[in-house]
Design a binder for this molecule. Sequence first.
Ligand SMILES: [Zn+2]
Length: 56
Amino acid sequence: MTYDEAPACDRHEATVPMELRTMHSDSSRPEEVVGLFECPECGYERRLPIRTGEAA
Ligand SMILES: [Zn+2]
């Protein structure tokens, strides 16, 4: 699975793309996956919903 919309950590002047660490899915929202992103530079964590676009 590729995910090319990684958020940028806003704690840096330069654009530092955050890395996707883990993903969680909610049974009540099977089409929405929440990804936990972590900045490789400062360790800042952030949760963002990921739309898979393909409901199995
Ligand atoms: Zn950072």
